[in-house]
Design a protein around this ligand. Structure first.
Ligand code: IPM
Ligand code: MN
Length: 356
């Protein structure tokens, strides 16, 4: 029996998560697995009413669950930063979800903005370090509001944080190499900016080299500067299989990754604590202008649900959901909100039916 905490959140978050729940319920039922959802109302609306983002006691409550299923956080009436820091980043940090796993996979019939690229060309995974770097908030501001204002925000990394992320990446790469020759032919990539970030970049690079040489001697290994990586994502996405990178660079390159796999409507992510409580989300944001119209694409949320089952150890359910998604995507006109040729609930119904 899996107990799942659901945070629908803001904008279209609750709508897409509902479709994901529908699919998870259908697939779990078929496979004789019990799953139970409990809703939490954290998000912009609650903040506007109560001034509360997420409380310590709520986080304690969440620890009684097997996973968190998140819709989206972000409200047009709330100043940028409050909900992001107060809910999303707070959960990632407090629950030590140090891996942000973001697959970039182009499905058949999904339009790729890069001419001539096919599903076999766009099939990789970005492992974004999820608890460190610039996101830690070290730094500050002096003389605020004056012409002499100084602001700093530091990129912070310690060896242990780097090592545990690299370990996850190497292990995933090893798994994928065993899965298919196609993956095994490609190297693992570290992405950073070590020509400029000569402290943090150097720490990541040395740790990468050391772990690679010590434990993964036979694995092909490569490194790319982050600016070059964005170029190669577009020019030669087929070069990539597993990419490991620090937090901010990972944030940026996974938006690009989302686009080359067909957009935010199909991009899922997992905030993973390999020894604890993980959280799964569509990475597209709250899209407030589409709220309540039944036109937003729920595929990303459904795929986040599939990833949740995979991480919980229910590989068969995860695979069945992904396969059903692939089939339904073939019937959709587009991956963009309002242009799918069907409604949000239609998409969910169709995937759920194939999973039943
Ligand atoms: C993401 C988002 C978040 C991030 C924001 C909303 C804080 O962009 O999940 O990629 O920067 O990590
Ligand atoms: Mn982002």
């Amino acid at each position: 029996m899996y107990k799942i905490a659901v945070i629908g959140g803001d904008g279209t978050g609750p709508e897409v998560v509902n479709e994901g729940k529908k699919v998870l319920e259908a697939s779990c039922k078929k496979n004789g697995v019990k799953i139970e959802f409990t809703n939490f109302d954290f998000g912009g609306e609650r903040y506007l009413k109560t001034g509360e983002t997420i409380t310590e006691s709520a986080i304690e409550d969440l620890k009684n669950f097997d996973a968190i299923y998140l819709g989206a956080i972000g409200h047009p009436d709330v100043k940028p930063g409050i909900l992001e820091q107060g809910i999303l980043l707070k959960l990632r940090f407090t629950l030590d979800q140090y891996i942000n796993l973001r697959p970039v996979k182009l499905f058949e019939n999904v339009e790729c903005p890069i001419v001539d690229k096919k599903p076999e060309d766009v099939d990789f995974v970005v492992i974004r370090e999820n608890t460190g770097g610039i996101y830690t908030g070290h730094g500050g501001v002096t003389k605020k509001g004056t012409q002499d204002e100084i602001a700093s925000q530091l990129m912070i990394y310690d060896r242990k944080t780097v090592d545990r992320c690299l370990k996850y990446a190497f292990e995933l790469k090893q798994k994928r190499n065993k899965l298919s020759q196609k993956y095994a032919e490609k190297p693992i990539h570290l992405v950073h900016k070590r020509n400029v970030l000569t402290h943090c970049g150097d720490l990541w690079f040395r740790a990468y080299e050391e772990m690679g040489n010590a434990q993964y001697k036979d694995m092909k290994r490569d490194y790319q500067h982050v600016d070059a990586a964005t170029m190669w994502f577009v020019k030669n996405p087929e070069w990539f299989d597993v990419i490991v990178t620090e937090n901010l660079f990972g944030d940026i390159i996974t938006d690009l990754g989302a686009m080359i796999q067909g957009g935010m409507g199909v991009s899922a992510g997992g905030n993973i604590n390999p020894n604890g409580l993980s959280m799964f989300e569509p990475i597209g944001g709250s899209a407030p202008k589409y709220k309540g119209q039944n036109i937003i694409n729920p595929i990303a949320a459904i795929l986040a649900g599939s990833m949740m089952m995979e991480v919980l150890g229910e590989t068969k359910i995860a695979e069945e959901i992904e396969k059903s998604v692939r089939d339904v995507v073939k019937q959709m006109k587009s991956m963009s909100a309002g242009k799918m040729g069907m409604s949000t609930t239609d998409v969910g119904d169709k995937v759920a039916k194939l999973c039943s």
